[in-house]
Write a protein that binds this ligand. Structure first.
Ligand SMILES: [Zn+2]
Length: 227
């Protein structure tokens, strides 16, 4: 396959920009609003808090379609924030802010999973489907965000069987924990802590207890990548 030529206006491979992203007044505004890491963490936290409030209303009113169709927004907000805060090179940030292709959720998720979750993310782990076969959470999030026909089928199954609704509250709790993590990032950056130091903290708060147990039982000098 022919290698894509580098774009002189943007370092992101495959970007078709015809001028630097920051020449666009809209992207300049986005940059002004979100280039401070503390402000970015604060705004993303506030957005997820609003979505949680709305999702809680959906659950009270048993609006399963509305509830499930917006879960990708909460995921995408969180992963994109981590990507911009800790992974994207400074010269790539205007591209991410522009939203133009390539800017897909899957690539951002994979980068965050590799660099922050140390491969423990489960969005691409195959799981048994409601009506046979397998699915991944990422596929389900994409189907739901696009309101596809397979997603309608999922909603019908979920409405018919309360067993499939048992994790709804857990999802909201999980989102609230993420807001507390964003709060940590907001405050750490506001206190002037370096990105590298905040990232160590963020990697640590995402570690499950099992990873700490494993690390403490590893021989001295062993790698710290959990299985
Ligand atoms: Zn670009």
């Amino acid at each position: 396959m022919a290698r894509k030529k580098p774009n002189p206006y943007c370092p992101v491979l495959g970007c078709g920009a015809k001028r630097p992203h920051l020449d666009d007044p809209t992207i300049q505004s986005v940059y002004r609003q979100f280039s401070d890491p503390s402000t970015l963490a604060l705004r993303v936290k506030c957005a997820i808090v609003e979505l949680i409030s709305s999702l809680e209303t959906d659950l009270r009113e048993r609006l399963v379609f509305a509830y499930l169709s917006r879960l990708r927004q909460t995921e995408e907000l969180y992963y994109r924030a981590l990507y911009v805060l800790f992974i994207a090179k400074p010269q790539e940030v205007p591209h991410v802010f522009s939203g133009v292709l390539p800017n897909g959720f899957r690539a951002i998720y994979r980068a965050v999973n590799s660099d922050i979750f140390e491969g423990r993310g489960e969005l691409e782990t195959p799981q048994p489907g409601l009506s046979g076969g397998e699915f991944t959470a990422l596929q389900m999030l994409n189907d739901s965000a696009h309101a596809s026909f397979p997603f309608f089928l999922t909603c019908i199954s979920v409405v018919r069987d309360p067993e499939y609704q048992k994790d709804f509250d857990k999802i909201l709790t999980h989102l609230k924990i993420r807001c507390s993590y964003l709060n940590y990032m907001e405050q750490a950056f506001a206190a002037g802590r370096r990105k590298e130091d905040v990232m160590v903290g963020v990697k640590n708060i995402h570690k499950p207890a099992s990873a700490w147990v494993q690390k403490s039982t590893e021989p001295h000098g062993a790698g710290n990548t959990p299985g």
